[in-house]
Write a new protein. Structure first.
Length: 705
């Protein structure tokens, strides 16, 4: 009963303030500010970052650039024109210039490189780049910017070089004559013009596919386009390829002397067939060069999906990076921190015994230690280790998530911090203490009653210890069991952690207890715990999730006769497995899910995962059928189920939800299918995000409450 007492006390602790505040509703999804991508300048005085907001009238999300001072006394919005978005802010080494990426100029404009004076004025689009800019990194002398640029669509008219040249005063290193508008928009008006020829005048062309992996969510069909490493000269406004070969390249990082760039790539004969990404170094010369491989591990070295840049040591002799887990475990494996000599040689793993995913390596100014993020059990923290190896030491943590750290030359670190009671904000890691710098959600938090979230621990049917969370309505200690819903996370190689979850808050404000578990397959508990789901997606996760429900019932929080279940992506898959295994749930919502795994082969983006984890179906049918029992044994499903999906989803295509819906409809089980037009795996349109939550609540209210 101790855990239940803690839950009740936590709810009562918020009661006094909750009475003066309103409930969290689906409308609040659009009221949240999403803070991200902190980038501290080299001097450690200012931090640039992004803030995402929603324009309900325009039914559109946008992201703009902000800047905060290290002491927290000043906060400045740098961009904010209606209908536009900016991302990837990066300070020049002297801190004066801020480069960023934006598709200003129209909805169908490629993302381009922009530059603005940090002291004020409008940004200017830099001419001479063909294709879409994905990422950027300044050279140490601020004369050149390394770019990752995606090739233009071969069927579209190549982007013309941007028109008028920028005035000299807009170039880094130019004489700085004070003006009221350092970057004049009129000077680059021609560069913003685009071809607005109507789509109806363009003749469609056949889509020719000849790649092993030919589809990716949002990107659609994959053809000849690659994401390549380029150099952009700020004096001449000319871009040139830095590498040879026909491969994707990512995560550029300059050497301290500016003579080389490290990056990640899969340079196998057929990159589509392998997970083997490696770390490469290429010299910054006058002509494209063949890069030199620094790592030879057969798995994913510095996998671009982790968005963790390789980090050069201050003396330029070593590079810290992430080494993936065993290649056969794909995403179930644990990423470790490693260091490799920049001149070549054997790599050294610095965290062999940690058994936790790590990321974002940051060298100390003296090169003796490396700080990094650690994905631990339901939290994310900062730790450090000697650069030559040794014990891992805690730097900052607690019941919260610390992410996206950015470090100045003097060791100052800016990062994001959030917890179950507050969305992510910008913080300074000052010594060993965290200090809040931004408060974009402060006014909203004053208006709403935040439901308390507590951690839980319980035993699964086979005795495995499982962890999770319970959320109950704010200000109302449960004197009797509540209607409850089991909410499953996606992945499955991810976890619910101590971060803010708007969905939990909406469900709790609507009167539900929210049960959230981290069943086997989840990360944060080590490699063995994650890989327990390998090839058995509807196996141990099912009994673990059901144990979370049993635990909530035993605590007196959840009413066993009023239970719902739901989730998105793998959370929807697990929902399908659960309702095909147990009849206790009175309603289910399955979003962007799959039941018939065979239908995924050749129709989604996971071809490498399928063949590695399950084998090809014509040679190894048993695991395919076993993992498809929610479809092939759907006669066991009696739970009324709402299926949802995005029309353009290539991650888990909506055809899978159609099959599950059709099977239940054929049998006369109460069901409904909702398809969101123009949406991918993760919904973006604000009205659809609200609609999804309202439908979710209505489906439960009619059957669970």
């Amino acid at each position: 009963m101790k855990a239940r007492s803690i839950l009740i006390l936590a709810a009562m602790a918020t009661a006094s303030s909750a009475f003066a505040q309103r409930a969290v509703t689906p409308d609040d999804i659009a009221r949240l500010a999403v803070v991200g991508d902190p980038q501290i300048d080299r001097q450690g005085d200012w931090i640039a970052y992004t803030v995402g907001t929603t324009d309900v009238t325009a039914d559109k999300q946008s992201t703009h650039l902000w800047m905060a001072s290290w002491d927290g006394k000043r906060s400045v919005q740098l961009t904010g024109r209606k209908g536009e978005s900016e991302s990837t802010p990066r300070f020049s080494p002297d801190g004066r210039w801020l480069a960023f990426v934006s598709a200003r100029g129209g909805e169908h404009e490629d993302d381009q490189l922009w530059l603005m004076d940090r002291t004020g004025g409008e940004g200017a689009k830099l001419p001479g780049i063909t294709g879409s800019v994905v990422d950027l990194a300044w050279s140490p002398d601020a004369k050149t910017i390394a770019l990752i640029v995606e090739d233009p669509d071969p069927d579209e008219k190549a982007n013309a070089a941007a028109g008028a040249a920028l005035p000299a005063a807009t170039r880094p290193g130019a004489p700085t004559t004070p003006t009221a508008d350092p970057v004049a928009p009129a000077a680059v008006a021609d560069a913003d013009k685009k071809d607005d020829k109507d789509d109806k005048d363009k003749k469609p062309r056949p889509i020719v596919i000849d790649r092993f992996q030919f589809e990716q969510d949002i990107d659609g069909y994959l053809r000849t386009q690659r994401k390549r490493l380029w150099l952009y000269d700020l004096a001449t406004h000319k871009a040139r390829r830095l590498t040879t070969g026909n491969y994707d390249e990512a995560l550029p990082a300059w050497s301290p002397d500016g003579r080389s760039i490290a990056f990640t790539s899969k340079r196998a004969p057929d990159p589509d067939r392998t997970y083997d990404s490696n770390l490469y170094v290429v010299p910054v010369g006058s002509a494209p060069a063949e890069p030199r491989a620094l790592t030879t591990f057969t798995g994913a070295d510095n996998d671009s999906d982790w968005e963790s840049y390789p980090a050069w040591s201050p003396d330029g002799r070593s590079i810290a990076y992430l080494q993936g887990g065993p290649v056969e475990l794909i995403a179930y494996g644990v990423h470790t921190l490693a260091v490799v000599p920049a001149a070549g040689g054997a790599a050294t793993v610095l965290t062999p015994a940690l058994d936790r995913n790590v990321g974002n390596p940051l060298w100390s100014s003296d090169g003796r230690t490396i700080r990094f993020t650690v994905e631990d059990d339901e939290v994310e923290r900062i730790a450090e280790v000697p650069a030559t190896g040794g014990p891992v030491r805690a730097v900052a943590g607690g019941f919260q998530t610390l992410s996206a750290p950015s470090q100045a030359a003097n060791g100052r670190v800016a990062l994001l911090v959030d917890n179950p009671a507050a969305p992510a904000e910008l913080y300074a890691l000052d010594g060993g203490a965290l200090r809040q710098l931004s408060r974009h959600n402060a006014d909203w938090l004053k208006q709403v009653a935040i439901a308390p979230v507590v951690r839980t621990s319980f035993r699964s049917k086979d005795g495995t210890e499982v962890h999770g969370f319970l959320t109950v309505p704010a200000g109302a200690a449960p004197v009797r069991p509540l209607p409850a819903m089991l909410y499953n996370h996606g992945g499955p190689q991810s976890q619910f952690n101590a971060s803010f979850n708007i969905n939990w808050q909406i469900f709790a404000s609507h009167g539900y207890a929210v049960i959230a578990s981290n069943p086997r397959g989840s990360t944060g508990r080590g490699e063995a715990y994650a890989k327990a789901l390998y090839g058995d997606w509807g196996g141990p996760a099912v009994i673990d999730a059901l144990a979370a429900v049993d635990d909530a019932v035993a605590r007196g929080v959840a009413d066993p006769k009023r239970l719902g279940v739901g989730g998105w992506s793998y959370g929807g898959m697990l929902t399908n497995y659960l309702i095909a295994s147990d009849t206790r749930f009175r309603a289910a919502v399955s979003g962007a899910s799959i039941g018939n795994i065979l239908a995924g082969y050749g129709t989604d983006q996971y071809i490498r995962d399928y063949e590695m984890e399950l084998g090809v179906p014509w040679k190894n049918m048993e695991p395919w059928l076993r993992n498809s029992y929610s479809f092939y044994r759907n006669e066991k499903i009696v739970t009324p189920t709402l299926f949802m999906g995005g029309e353009k989803d290539s991650n888990v295509p909506v055809l899978n939800s159609k099959q599950m819906y059709q099977a239940l409809r054929s049998r006369g089980v109460e069901t409904q299918l909702v398809i969101y037009p123009g949406e991918y795996h993760g919904l973006k349109r604000p009205s659809f995000l609200k609609d999804r939550m309202e439908r979710w609540l209505a489906w439960y209210d009619a059957r669970v409450k």
